[in-house]
Design a protein around this ligand. Structure first.
Ligand code: PLP
Length: 380
């Protein structure tokens, strides 16, 4: 689809050392998972973020599934997720038979509205899953306090938020567990991949088992047992070292990537915010105490019709802009779980009006100028 556009929505970018690292891991014969490059990626995440454990996985979706397994989610347990998020935030828990309770989002940051949590918690609630939309932190102090008061686990879906901070603390370090995505659309990528961040060290040993098909294979490789066997339930969530080698080439350059993306975000903002505000169009809101991850830039139009008209105008100029997410509570699956029109009004409204602008590491200022010029020709 993107081939027909002069300016695609996303474009994967290499940092330079990907092929060299892949060659190295192939030369030393390490192409399955859990070896040198996986360990390097994990050590990087543990050291930079200061988490007790990090495990690279096949995807963020799988890291979320590991979280549901680790927390022993069972049929009838309730998990609170924002309606305005990606399918996997909810599906990972639904797979365990949990009932998904949809929370609405805040109108400013589009993050889970922590003021709704008390009204959604029941004796069956087990987990709250905040998702840091656009890499702007959810209100983690309030969410943490509520979770502690009701003895609930917090799992952060940090697919957008790697290297973002809330009140000076890295996103992904608040919940007992947090999940990262290295999908092609993310700031740091290996095409398809993810990571589970473990802040509660008591969960590390079982996470290793769950990731290795329910076996104690990791302990075997460390020489802690003389043979490995089936010890728990699990699945195959291990990232190949070929992908880990690619990923490491990106992680090594994280500061450069983040600086590039900050520049891109700031350029959009400097050229669009005042224009948008005069026309009743919303721009991202980043509270002063949040250091965002510069994952995306979006506009919120006054209506669905106007959003569609802007997407069409950009398309006519060869620029691909996209919208997301369809509120989960109104999806066919969400409706089967009790979701109804009007159930999460802010999610419903923002979902119809939001448009994401092209955003990738190599987006040039010239390309951004084309996007900005086209947008400023739009008559809302
Ligand atoms: C908020 C959120 N959570 C989870 C995912 C799933 O990530 P992955 O493709 O790595 O499974 C995505 C993917 O875009 C996402 O945006």
């Amino acid at each position: 689809m993107a081939d027909n556009y002069n300016i695609p929505f996303n474009h994967s970018s290499l940092q330079g050392q990907e092929l060299a690292h892949i060659s190295e891991t192939m030369n030393i014969g390490q192409i399955a998972g859990g070896q040198t490059y996986s360990k390097r990626c994990q050590a990087f995440l543990e050291q930079v973020l200061g988490v007790a454990g990090a495990m690279v996985t096949t995807s963020c979706t799988h890291a979320l599934e590991m979280s549901a397994l680790l927390l022993d989610l069972r049929p009838g347990d309730e998990v609170i997720v924002p309606s305005f998020t990606f399918v996997s935030t909810a599906n990972a828990f639904a797979l365990r038979g949990a009932r998904i309770i949809f929370a609405d989002i805040r109108p400013d940051t589009l993050n889970l509205d922590e003021r709704q949590l008390e009204g959604l918690i029941t004796p069956r609630t087990r987990v709250i899953v905040p998702m840091h939309y656009a890499g702007v932190g959810c209100e983690m102090n309030a969410i943490g306090e509520i979770a502690a008061r009701h003895s609930l686990a917090v799992v952060e879906d940090n697919a957008h938020g790697l290297f973002g901070k809330f009140r000076g603390r890295w996103l992904g370090t608040f919940g007992c567990l947090a999940t990262q995505s290295f999908h092609e659309t993310k700031n740091i990528t290996c095409g398809e991949g993810g990571a589970l961040l473990i802040n509660d060290a008591r969960l590390i040993e079982r996470a290793e088992i769950i990731r290795e098909k329910g076996t104690d294979r990791s302990r075997f490789f460390r020489g802690q047992v003389d043979k490995y066997s089936w010890v728990d339930i699990g699945s195959s969530y291990v990232m190949s070292d070929v992908l880990a080698a690619f990923l490491y080439a990106q992680l090594e350059q994280w500061q450069k990537i983040q600086a590039q993306r900050q520049q891109i975000w700031t350029y959009y903002d400097q050229h669009l915010r005042a224009w948008a505000q005069e026309r009743g169009i919303g721009c991202p809101i980043v509270p002063a105490y949040c250091e965002q991850s510069y994952h995306m830039y979006y506009l919120v139009l006054p209506s669905l019709e106007k959003r569609q008209a802007l997407i069409s105008l950009l398309k006519a100029r060869g620029i691909l802009s996209v919208f997301h997410y369809v509120p989960l509570h109104l999806s066919p699956m969400g409706r089967r779980m009790g979701g109804r029109q009007g159930g999460c009004p802010v999610s419903e409204q923002k979902s119809e009006r939001l448009v994401r602008l092209p955003f990738y590491n190599r987006l040039s200022q010239g390309e951004q100028d084309q996007v900005i010029t086209a947008i400023r020709q739009f008559q809302p």
